[in-house]
Design a protein around this ligand. Structure first.
Ligand SMILES: *[C@@H]1O[C@H](CO)[C@@H](O)[C@H](O)[C@H]1NC(C)=O
Ligand SMILES: *[C@@H]1O[C@H](CO)[C@@H](O)[C@H](O)[C@H]1NC(C)=O
Ligand SMILES: *[C@@H]1O[C@H](CO)[C@@H](O)[C@H](O)[C@H]1NC(C)=O
Ligand SMILES: *[C@@H]1O[C@H](CO)[C@@H](O)[C@H](O)[C@H]1NC(C)=O
Ligand SMILES: *[C@@H]1O[C@H](CO)[C@@H](O)[C@H](O)[C@H]1NC(C)=O
Ligand SMILES: *[C@@H]1O[C@H](CO)[C@@H](O)[C@H](O)[C@H]1NC(C)=O
Length: 393
C-alpha cells in the first residue's frame, strides 16, 4: 500500500494506490489463468509437466480456496446448533451502567464494531462522532479517527455507522455526510485525514450516490470490492476500487416493498464467499433474505416468519449455513440453524435493560478467533462480550 503525505504532514492512501494493489491482484489472477490453459493442452501434448501443473492448479483452486476461507473463519471448531455462550455479558467498551458518555472511557450509541482475532476492537462511536480502539481489559478507548466534533472536513465525522478493514486502511460509513471515508489505521496522529471514496456526488439514489450506509463488507478473496447496505435507498451496492464504479446487488433503488425482490430499510449484511451468497437483514420487513450475488432475483427468505422484530444484523457461522441474528427490537441475539423456522436465544432476555443478562437495542454481532460473541448494545452505549462456554461438538 502506498501512502502519500500531504501539506499538513498527514498520511492517507490515494485511489491510485488502491488501483495499484488491485492490479497486482489481477496479475496474480492472470498468471493463474495462464496456468489454467494447460488444462486443455495437456491431453494434446501428453506432457507430464502440464499434467503436474494441472493437478497443482486443481489442488489450489478446489482445495486451496476452501482451506484459506476455512482458516480465516474456522480457527476453532464450532457446532453452532448446540454451542453455548455465557448468558452473562462482560462490558469490554463503554460503561457497564449503560450510561452514555463523551469521555474516552465511554461511548454514545455505538453502531458497529470491528473485532480482531485477539479481542482488540474498534468501535464506531456514533453519537460521539469518532472511532476508538479498545484492547482487551482496557478501561478507556484510544482515538483512531474523528475528534468527537460533528463535521464534514476530512478529519471529522458525522455519525459514523459502519466499519470495515482492508490491509492497513479503515473504511468508515460517515452516515450523515453521506460518504465512505478511508482512514490510515496506523497513523501517528490521533485524528488523521481521510479520503472520500464514495459520496462525492451527494445524497441520493442514483447509482453513484448513497443515502445512509449502515454496514460494510470487504471480501477476503476480492478485497478491491466493498459491499454496502444502502439502507435508506432499500438496496445493497458493491463498489469496485479498481474501476471506481458501483453496481446494484439487491433491492430496488429508492423503492421499498415486501415482494421477494424488494427490501425495506436493509441495515445488516453478511457474505458467504464459498457459495457467493449474500444474507440481508431486511430490517423493516422483519426477515432475513438470502441472495446469490450474481443473480438479483434469486432472493429467498431464510429467517423471519413472525419471530423477528426489526433485525439489524446477520452474521454467518464457520460452516456458512447457520446464522446469528441481532433481533434488535426484541433485545436479543439468536442462533438460527439452517432450515429451521425459529431461532434460539443466546444473549438478552427479551426485555430492554442494563444488567449483565440484558441488552437494549443490540445492533451488531461480531466474533473473536475463539468465537466469543461481541454485541453492540446500542441503547446501553456499551459493547458486551458473551464468552463461548461450549463449542457444542
Ligand atoms: C490485536 O491485533 C491487532 C491487529 O493485529 C493489533 O493492532 C492489536 O494491538 C492486538 N492487540 C493486542 C492486545 O495484542
Ligand atoms: C484480561 O483480564 C483477565 C482477567 O483479569 C486476564 O485473565 C487476561 O489475561 C487479561 N487479558 C489481557 C490481554 O490482558
Ligand atoms: C509522525 O511521523 C512523522 C515521520 O514518520 C514525523 O515527521 C511527524 O512529526 C510525526 N507526527 C507526530 C504527531 O508525531
Ligand atoms: C430473473 O431475471 C431474469 C432477467 O430479468 C429472468 O430472465 C429470469 O426468468 C428471472 N428468474 C426468476 C427465477 O424469476
Ligand atoms: C442450508 O443447507 C442447504 C444444503 O445443505 C443449502 O442448500 C441451503 O442454502 C442452506 N440454507 C441456508 C440458509 O444457508
Ligand atoms: C433507543 O434509542 C433511540 C435513540 O435515542 C430511541 O429513539 C429509542 O426509542 C430507544 N429504544 C429503546 C428501546 O430505548
Amino acid at each position: 500500500m502506498i501512502w502519500i503525505r500531504d501539506r499538513a504532514d498527514q498520511i492517507h492512501p490515494t485511489l491510485d494506490s488502491l488501483r495499484y494493489t488491485y492490479s497486482q491482484h489481477q496479475q496474480r489472477v492472470a498468471i493463474q489463468q495462464d496456468l489454467y490453459q494447460h488444462r486443455t493442452n495437456w491431453k494434446v501434448i501428453g506432457s507430464f509437466i502440464s499434467f503436474t501443473i494441472f493437478v497443482m492448479l486443481l489442488f489450489t483452486t478446489v482445495v486451496g480456496i476452501p482451506i484459506i476461507l476455512t482458516e480465516v473463519r474456522n480457527s476453532i471448531h464450532l457446532c453452532t446448533a448446540t454451542a453455548m455462550w455465557n448468558p452473562r455479558g462482560v462490558t469490554v467498551a463503554g460503561l457497564a451502567s449503560g450510561l452514555p458518555s463523551t469521555s474516552l472511557a465511554g461511548l454514545q450509541f455505538p453502531h458497529d464494531i470491528y473485532v480482531y482475532g485477539n479481542g482488540t476492537i474498534l468501535v464506531a462511536d456514533y453519537n460521539n462522532n469518532r472511532i476508538t480502539k479498545w484492547d482487551p481489559n482496557a478501561t478507556a478507548g484510544i482515538l483512531i479517527a474523528g475528534t468527537g466534533s460533528y463535521g464534514s472536513s476530512n478529519t471529522l465525522l458525522a455519525k459514523p455507522a459502519a466499519l470495515a478493514i482492508r490491509d492497513k486502511q479503515l473504511y468508515v460509513s460517515d452516515l450523515e455526510n453521506y460518504r465512505i471515508q478511508i482512514f490510515p489505521l496506523h497513523s501517528n496522529v490521533s485524528s488523521p485525514e481521510a479520503v472520500t471514496v464514495i459520496g462525492r456526488y451527494g445524497q441520493g439514489s442514483d447509482i453513484n450516490q448513497i443515502d445512509q450506509v449502515t454496514n460494510l463488507i470487504v471480501p477476503t478473496l476480492y478485497p478491491s470490492l466493498l459491499y454496502m447496505a444502502d439502507s435508506k435507498n432499500h438496496r445493497i451496492l458493491v463498489w469496485d476500487a479498481e474501476t471506481d464504479t458501483t453496481k446494484l446487488v439487491a433491492g430496488e433503488s429508492g423503492t421499498f416493498g415486501f415482494n421477494p425482490m424488494q427490501l425495506y430499510n436493509p441495515i445488516g449484511i453478511a457474505l458467504d464467499e464459498k457459495t457467493n451468497s449474500l444474507y440481508i437483514a431486511d430490517t423493516f420487513n422483519n426477515r432475513v433474505q438470502k441472495y446469490d450475488i450474481n443473480e438479483r432475483n434469486s432472493s429467498m427468505t431464510v429467517a423471519g416468519w413472525g419471530h423477528l422484530n426489526h433485525p439489524y444484523a446477520v452474521q454467518l457461522d464457520p460452516s456458512g449455513t447457520n446464522m446469528f441474528i441481532a433481533d434488535t427490537f426484541n433485545h436479543r441475539i439468536l442462533v438460527w440453524t439452517n432450515g429451521t423456522r425459529q431461532g434460539r436465544v443466546i444473549a438478552g432476555d427479551n426485555t430492554p435493560g442494563n444488567n449483565a443478562f440484558q441488552l437494549n437495542n443490540p445492533t451488531q454481532i461480531r466474533f473473536d478467533s475463539n468465537y466469543n460473541l461481541y454485541v453492540v448494545d446500542t441503547n446501553n452505549s456499551r459493547i458486551q462480550r458473551f464468552d463461548l462456554i461450549s463449542n457444542g461438538c
